[in-house]
Design a protein around this ligand. Structure first.
Ligand code: SF4
Ligand code: SF4
Length: 245
């Protein structure tokens, strides 16, 4: 949840310390892949480290100015309705099911489906049930059943294009290498609570939305689930579109 001036400070620090290059070197160890681009895995965007978000932010600013208003709108919507709209997708997925930030997509997107045993990587039914219970008791919000029961299936359509085979152990080691940057950029108490390991779209929404909007997240979500719309949400989405990166 970084204010934009702090965000730029961290980008400068990462540039000075060569962290962007080092991050890319870790990504380069992974196999290149191709798949059917059905977009199913992008309905449940995986968490990204803060360092990966800084990388994405620079890419958005330098390469996607034209598409930005639409992406920012989708990121704001995603922030509020991640658990309220079963049809919501990653805000970086374009109309042709292509990833708009493909060259800088996070580690977890790069590794989905690359292991031979192809396991599910998103949560468990138990975790979602516990989350639903928490939302009910703390916020009087009833998460839609179809969201609580949704399970991202393993994908068997990922083809490895170069001969860089990886094992589960290697993937764990590379992930740890990616994670180390957040510890170099931020105080340990923040990193240890996993506060910097969230979907890239949520990182972006934290940058773009005002504090006033962010604190109303639960209110907006409840209103949307109860009535199917929210005027406050429409306003926050419009405000997000005019943010200057
Ligand atoms: S990795 Fe699999 S689920 Fe994801 S877009 Fe490709 S084919 Fe679809
Ligand atoms: S960042 Fe790209 S690959 Fe990852 S979930 Fe979003 S659209 Fe899909």
């Amino acid at each position: 949840m970084l204010p934009v001036d702090k965000l730029y400070m961290l980008i400068n620090q990462a540039e000075t310390e060569n962290y962007f290059k080092q991050l890319q070197e870790i990504y380069n160890k992974l196999p290149d892949t191709s798949c059917e681009q059905c977009g199913t895995c992008c309905t449940v965007p995986q968490p990204a480290f803060l360092m990966e978000y800084l990388n994405i932010y620079r890419f958005l600013k330098n390469n996607l100015q034209e598409q930005l208003p639409e992406i920012l709108k989708k990121a704001a919507r995603y922030y509020f309705l991640e658990l309220g709209d079963i049809n919501i997708k990653c805000p970086f997925l374009d109309e042709e099911n292509k990833c708009a930030i493909y060259p800088v997509r996070p580690y977890n997107c790069r590794t989905f489906g690359v292991l031979p045993e192809k396991d599910t990587v998103f949560g468990t039914e138990g975790q979602m049930a516990a989350l639903a219970q928490k939302f009910r008791s703390e916020h009087d919000i009833r998460l839609p059943e179809e969201i609580v029961n949704f399970k991202l299936s393993p994908c068997y359509k990922v083809e490895l294009l170069n001969n860089k085979k990886v094992t589960r152990q290697k993937l764990g080691e590379y992930l740890a290498e990616v994670s180390k940057f957040d510890g170099l950029l931020l105080p340990p108490e923040i990193v240890e609570k996993n506060l910097t390991f969230i979907p890239a779209a949520v990182h972006l929404a934290h940058t773009v939305l005002s504090e006033g909007a962010r604190v109303r997240k639960m209110k907006v979500l409840k209103e949307y689930i109860d009535t199917g719309k929210s005027e406050a949400l429409d306003k926050y989405i419009d405000d997000a579109a005019s943010f200057n990166l």
